[in-house]
Design a protein around this ligand. Structure first.
Ligand code: ZN
Length: 154
């Protein structure tokens, strides 16, 4: 048996290529209310980051924990779990398929992070689990606004 239901997986899969996921919309609304203006999924920037805030030279990536492997890192040979996110489960069937997909995603994300750093972008990665409960969400939002304010002053 898989650890996530078929229904949930198809939801996860359908969210992958969508630019308007709920967690992302919730971050955008917060930014808008806080007075920040931004571009969404900018095709001119490598990796098409989710949210671009030119005033702060900042990018915000809103990542799904399952698909982007929250808590997992590529050590050069395999993915290793460095912290535990309950949503980043490993499906029990089609293991090699999922491992390969996850490996590609994590490496692609890491490559984009290096590209953006080289281009001088400030980056905030927001994980969807940090937006699920209102207390976590408030903490995540404070973290984002604190960093944006810092980068805006420079
Ligand atoms: Zn997570």
């Amino acid at each position: 048996m898989d650890t996530i239901s078929k229904e949930k997986r198809s939801k996860v899969m359908s969210a992958i290529h969508s630019r308007d996921t709920l967690p992302e919309i919730c971050v955008r609304k917060m930014l808008w209310r806080a007075g920040y203006r931004f571009r969404v999924c900018d095709r001119r920037i490598v990796g098409h980051p989710d949210i671009v805030i030119p005033k702060c030279r900042a990018l915000i990536e809103v990542r799904g924990c399952f698909w982007h492997r929250h808590g997992w890192e590529w050590d050069g040979r395999k993915l290793v779990e460095t912290s535990h996110c309950p949503t980043a489960t490993m499906p029990k069937s089609n293991c090699s398929f999922w491992r390969e997909k996850f490996r590609r995603n994590v490496r692609r994300d890491a490559q984009h992070e290096r590209d953006w750093a080289e281009l001088g972008w400030n980056l905030i990665v927001v994980w969807e689990c940090g937006l699920a409960k209102s207390r976590d969400r408030e903490r995540t939002f404070r973290f984002i606004l604190r960093n944006l304010a810092k980068w805006e002053r420079k």
